[in-house]
Design a protein around this ligand. Structure first.
Ligand SMILES: Cc1ncc(COP(=O)(O)O)c(C=O)c1O
Length: 460
């Protein structure tokens, strides 16, 4: 926005950037170019330091392994490779083709399927590519509603709306935080969707896919599963195995419970050639041109590490989430789904309405270096005033935390939210506790620092 104003304004009146910015009251930004570079570098360095000293509990984030981080910073970042290995529109792709082939092969192996496309540059882009393949404007589709934990790209205001499909939401059981299977069967029969989309951003329990299988067959819809949040759990043979439970195609981000680069992917076990062609075309030229080759290399590294360490990692993420939920419950928090064991994933959801809502709690926690997000709950009336917070165990697990450490995390959250003592003291306790958990685990070259700033030689 700032840049847009700047460009428009400076061309029109030929006022220099600095003078213009000063006139708009942005003194902190007004620096000569070299200083701006230093400002950005220093601010990024501060960000790294802050996260090193914080408890990162956003359920959709993670840290890269040392090998994945290394290839992210390679010359691959500077290149173009449209199309598929061996069929490119650019020269210079000899090594890139090899990396992409390895990445695809690993994806097929890890998810036990015949088809993988590792080119989507994010989960949303993967969703758009699948949408191009499975639905046309005007088609009916079914998906989980936003306040029930569905993702924005599954909504009318997101990718589904962009494709022009009509979205129908599944009936949702607020007690079990899952779709209601009988109501869903009725909806599928009534709406006869072209594609039925499952998967959530608040994903506590597996979707009852097996129970729906007969209805899918009866209706004849494509069954599509967005595994963005739970991809690492599925890769580690936990949570559920969608491709063996009636799902035709999975789309996902690759940087949440799968601890890879910010990227996306599609996997499927469909044998039909026309579906494969449609998915490939959906990705390119449908919704990508170049596909971020450094990320493909980092994804290949992550998938290879997942093959080796994925089960142990998935197991510990779930154990930690359960331990954290239990510890928060024992400290008086309204943790959702207690009768069902709180969660079967990496995610824990807490209703904090009695503590003045999700926004207020998330901000207080941030002031003490505990990073979570406010979250809509199915019973919220006001979409801009969520009553919940969402907590994820995947990054702290990656840093080596175990069940006992979750008790300390719950203790620190309690101190802040229940206002037991000054925030500054809680923040110091968080920093001290976190100093024992700054290295990356469940990967090759285990024990490297997760948050160190990659300064270049000769840089100040
Ligand atoms: C279920 C689901 N699908 C898709 C996405 C989008 O992924 P990305 O941020 O990679 O575009 C998210 C992001 O959190 C998600 O939760």
């Amino acid at each position: 926005m700032l840049v847009a104003i700047l460009c428009k304004e400076s061309t029109r009146s030929r006022v220099s950037a600095n003078t213009f910015l000063m006139s708009k009251g942005f003194p902190g930004v007004v620096k000569i170019p070299g200083e701006i570079v230093q400002h950005v570098r220093e601010t990024t360095r501060q960000h790294n330091k802050w996260f090193k000293e914080s408890l990162p509990l956003i359920a959709s984030e993670n840290v890269l392994s040392p090998a994945a981080r290394e290839v992210m910073d390679s010359d691959l970042h500077n290149r173009y490779a449209e199309g598929l290995p061996g069929k490119r529109y650019y020269q210079g792709n000899i090594f890139i083709d090899e990396i992409e082939r390895v990445c695809e092969e690993l994806a097929r192996e890890v998810f036990g399927c015949r088809f993988a496309d590792v080119r989507p540059v994010s989960g949303t882009v993967a969703n758009l590519a699948v949408l191009m393949a499975v639905a046309r404007p005007g088609d009916n589709m079914t998906a989980v509603g936003l306040s029930d934990g569905g993702h924005i790209s599954h909504a009318k205001i997101g990718a589904l709306g962009l494709r022009g499909v009509r979205v129908h939401n599944y009936p949702f059981d607020k007690k079990t935080m899952n779709i209601d299977p009988e109501g869903t069967k009725r909806l599928l029969r009534e709406v006869k969707p072209k594609a039925a989309l499952f998967g959530q951003s608040v994903y506590l329990f597996p979707t009852p896919l097996k129970d729906l299988q007969n209805t899918f067959d009866e209706v004849g819809c494509t069954v599509w599963y967005d595994a963005a949040h739970v991809l690492g759990l599925i890769a580690g043979n936990r949570f559920q195995d969608p491709l063996r439970e009636g799902v035709d195609v999975i789309s996902a981000s690759t940087h949440k419970t799968l601890p890879g680069p910010q990227h996306g992917m599609i996997v499927s076990d469909l044998v039909k050639e026309e579906m494969e062609t449609a998915l490939r075309r959906g990705v390119f030229p449908g919704v990508t041109s170049n596909h971020h080759l450094h990320s493909v290399a980092a994804l290949a590294v992550t998938l290879a590490e997942t093959r080796e360490f994925g089960e142990a990692y998935a197991d510990q993420m779930i154990r930690n989430a359960k331990a954290l939920a239990q510890a928060l419950h024992e400290r008086g928090f309204d943790v959702l789904c207690e009768p069902n064991g709180f969660t079967e994933s990496h995610t824990v959801v807490v209703d904090v309405e009695e503590h003045h809502g999700g926004a207020n709690v998330a901000k207080s926690l941030e002031d003490a270096n505990i990073i979570v997000n406010k979250n809509l709950l199915p019973w919220d009336d006001d979409p801009i005033r969520p009553s919940g917070i969402r907590i994820g165990s995947q990054e702290v697990t990656r840093l080596g935390m175990k069940e006992d450490d979750m008790i300390e995390v719950a203790e620190l959250i309690t101190r802040v939210v229940m206002k037991a003592g000054p925030l500054t003291e809680a923040k110091e306790s968080v920093k001290e506790f976190k100093s024992g958990f700054t290295k990356v685990h469940y990967c090759f070259f285990e024990g490297e620092e997760a948050y160190d700033y990659p300064a270049f030689e000769g840089g100040p």
